[in-house]
Design a protein. Structure first.
Length: 502
């Protein structure tokens, strides 16, 4: 008798009481980093094997010990690098998989990006090796934008929960505050799914190596401390890399930092007091800290807080300098889009959308249609052009391009409509000038928004955003000529001044 089975997307024909032809494949998992004496779970549950067969599972731990079973625990008594083999077998058939297990007395986990070179990390590993300390690097590639780098770090932190649980200390060492922001976001996600308490942060030291001003960064670090409540959290300048890599206890770390005159700041309960009580001068700081501690994304908070700053810059450009652009909102939205996409891909999409939109309008103009249906056709062509860009990114593995969300693209499509409307109403020359002015202001605002100093200032002291209201009030009282008008009418002004002297 025969029957049909559906398994992993494939139909397999099998006779009753006969094993399905599923390959025998041993999967021992990923390489591990473990502590001496720590019971560690080894799982072969990802292995595949024929149905209705008695499978034998054998683990060999390279220290003279063996164990049977698909999941086993083992503790190593001595430091070293061990090659663990996992063998699955039945009826004379077998398959073997191997993983590398690095065992040491203590583990220091590094959260880094490409700003930390392989040579530098290898040097630190050689330095601390004789002390029985294992350095584990959770590095990600530096992406086009800090937001993408942060998201990759967040995912890696969450995926490497086992390494976090076994680490004695955690060192965050990235460009700017990318690693610190990623740790905040990862902490929020782990807190939401209830897994945060499993990692024993209360017994760990978190050390943040940074080139950013420590006082300003302290506010961000305070949010990490509030979420994780580690044994200690220390902000320290980058030149202290050897101290944080080779020293484990809080007392020894602080002593060596003082002896070497390194600039550092200790974050803890004592630094928490200023935000425990709400005062008029710290209301926004208290609100930001409360939102972060309750799961609101730090990047979202920053984008909201930076909007008044960007709007003030654009208002200054229009009111004092005399740059028109496409109003107030268009440059602001384009600048925010560039923050999400990165300047390289943002400009590529922006220019591509405008070119395709203009060509589509020229073609659609030859078809005698009403304005709205014609614009709908143009936007349809633009959407296919964006789809082609994503296809290009997929073919050439441009991670920064294919990871872009739909919202910044929609913003740029809206600008396309304004550009085409300006071409119809004002002419090509004026429309092109407005596009260039919009683009220039958006780029200026983008670089200001992604500047790490501005990010630290806004998130650390959000009250500074309130000064934009005062600045706008003062600008609103300005009734004189704009700078570009002074330049345009310079000859007239000069003639008036000469006539007054006579």
């Amino acid at each position: 008798m025969f029957s049909f089975f559906l398994l992993t997307g494939h139909f397999v024909l099998a006779q009753e009481n006969y094993s399905l032809e599923i390959p025998l494949k041993a999967v021992a998992g990923e390489d591990r980093n473990v502590l001496v004496g720590r019971q560690t779970l080894f799982s072969g549950s990802a292995s595949t094997f024929p149905i209705n067969e008695d499978i034998d599972y054998l683990w060999t731990f390279d220290d003279g010990s063996k164990a049977e079973g698909i999941e086993v625990t083992h503790a190593y008594k001595n430091s070293g690098v061990y090659r663990v083999t996992f063998t699955t077998s039945y009826n004379g058939y077998s398959d073997v998989d191997e993983i590398i297990v690095r065992v040491d007395k203590d583990i220091i986990l590094f959260v880094t990006d490409e700003s930390v070179s392989e040579e530098k990390f290898s040097y630190l590993q050689e330095l601390v090796g004789p002390q029985g300390i294992l350095l584990v690097d959770m590095k990600v590639e530096t992406a086009e934008t800090d937001y993408l780098t942060e998201s990759m770090l967040v995912q890696k932190i969450i995926d490497k929960k086992d390494s976090i649980a076994q680490a004695t200390n955690i060192v965050v060492w990235t460009n700017g505050n990318v690693g610190l922001n990623a740790l905040i976001t990862a902490s929020q996600e782990m807190s939401n799914d209830g897994s945060l308490e499993k990692f024993g942060f209360g017994q760990k030291n978190i050390l943040v190596l940074t080139e950013v001003n420590l006082t300003a960064t302290a506010r961000l670090a305070q949010n990490v401390y509030n979420l994780l409540t580690p044994q200690s959290l220390i902000l320290v300048s980058e030149e202290a890399e050897e101290v944080v890599s080779s020293t484990l206890s809080l007392e020894d770390i602080t002593l060596q930092l003082k002896d070497n005159n390194y600039n550092f700041q200790l974050i803890g309960v004592h630094t928490q007091r200023s935000l425990n009580t709400v005062r008029p001068w710290n209301l926004l700081s208290f609100a930001v800290s409360y939102m972060v501690n309750n799961g609101v994304a730090l990047n979202t908070i920053y984008l909201i807080l930076i909007l008044p700053v960007i709007a003030t810059i654009i208002a200054f450009s229009r009111q004092i300098i005399g740059i028109k652009a496409f109003g107030m909102y268009a440059p602001t939205l384009v600048a925010v889009s560039f923050i999400a996409t990165g300047i390289k891909y943002g400009l590529a999409i922006f220019i591509s959308v405008l070119i395709v939109g203009t060509l589509g309008r020229l073609v659609a103009r030859k078809i005698r249609l009403m304005y709205l249906p014609r614009m709908a056709m143009v936007l349809g062509v633009v959407s296919f052009a964006i789809l082609a860009l994503f296809f290009f990114g997929a073919v050439f593995e441009k991670t920064g391009l294919i990871s872009i969300s739909i919202f910044p693209i929609l913003i740029m499509v809206i600008i396309t409509e304004k550009f085409i409307s300006a071409q119809i109403e004002l002419g090509n020359k004026t429309a092109f000038k407005l596009v260039v002015e919009t683009l220039v202001m958006a780029i200026v605002c983008y670089y200001l928004a992604v500047w790490e100093g501005m990010r630290v200032l806004i998130l650390g002291y959000p009250e500074v955003v309130l000064f934009t209201f005062l600045i706008n009030y003062i600008m609103g009282k300005w009734a004189g000529l704009r700078l570009l008008e002074l330049y345009r009418f310079r000859k007239v002004i000069k003639n008036v001044e000469l006539s007054e002297k006579k």
